[in-house]
Design a protein around this ligand. Structure first.
Ligand code: ZN
Length: 225
């Protein structure tokens, strides 16, 4: 999985998509090993807001499921006051929606006034960047950093959120099992919650969180100021 993040950290556009998918394959293999299935039997690849599932032995080997969390986030952001636009070139190069905000800096809880906000943010499988891209910060470097967060999100989804969604829907009965072929109900990201919780207990800044520390290790620079 870290090989995928290393690829993203090279800051080249071509490596970003490959890095995200490599992270997803690594997480899928880990998950398959955990449940004692053949390592490549069930692979999840993210094309946000979808999770493409590849099961070579299945009668439907390739299926796509909508992430409820990512779809909800995308709908919320697109309808927000700042009316961001889709940057299609970066979106296709990443495998996740990359949006350009019309705001110079993005309001950020980790960078409250007098700090002017953040360059870019990842949330639930999509990245939004501010209008100051290319003027006082480097967009490629910033997108590399946010793409490591995308990879972290994907790892959490494959290891925890997707299996939890499948298990919960299976308990609902036949309707749930049918739904689980089309959607992933993934509002819970356990590792992320543990990270946030640990940060709160320690009273640390967001910058010192495990997620930020990991993202900086693979893609230095390109974070909030
Ligand atoms: Zn970050």
């Amino acid at each position: 999985m870290s090989a995928g993040m290393e690829l993203i950290g090279t800051e080249t556009r071509a490596a970003r998509f490959a890095g995200l998918q490599l992270t997803a394959v690594g997480a899928s293999v880990t998950r398959n090993a955990d449940v004692r299935e053949p390592l490549l039997s069930d692979i999840t690849l993210p094309i946000y807001p979808f999770y493409v599932r590849v099961r070579a032995q299945d009668s439907h080997p390739v299926t796509a499921r909508l992430s409820i969390l990512s779809a909800a986030r995308l709908a919320t952001v697109m309808a927000s006051g700042s009316r961001p636009r889709v940057d299609w070139s970066e979106t296709l190069a990443t495998g996740a929606p990359i949006l350009r905000s019309s705001e110079w800096r993005l309001p950020s809880s980790s960078c409250p006034p007098p700090c002017a906000g953040s360059f870019a943010q990842h949330n639930a499988g999509l990245v939004i960047y501010s209008a100051s891209a290319g003027t006082d910060y480097d967009l490629a470097r910033t997108l590399a950093h946010e793409s490591v967060h995308l990879a972290q999100h994907t790892r959490d989804a494959v290891l925890d959120a997707i299996p939890a969604s499948d298990a919960a829907l299976a308990r609902v009965g036949p309707l749930g099992r049918t739904l689980s072929r089309f959607i992933v109900v993934d509002p819970f990201m356990p590792l992320r919650l543990i990270d946030e919780g640990e940060l709160r207990v320690r009273g640390g800044t967001r910058r010192s969180s495990w997620y930020e520390t990991e993202a900086r290790a693979f893609a230095p620079g390109g974070e909030i100021r």
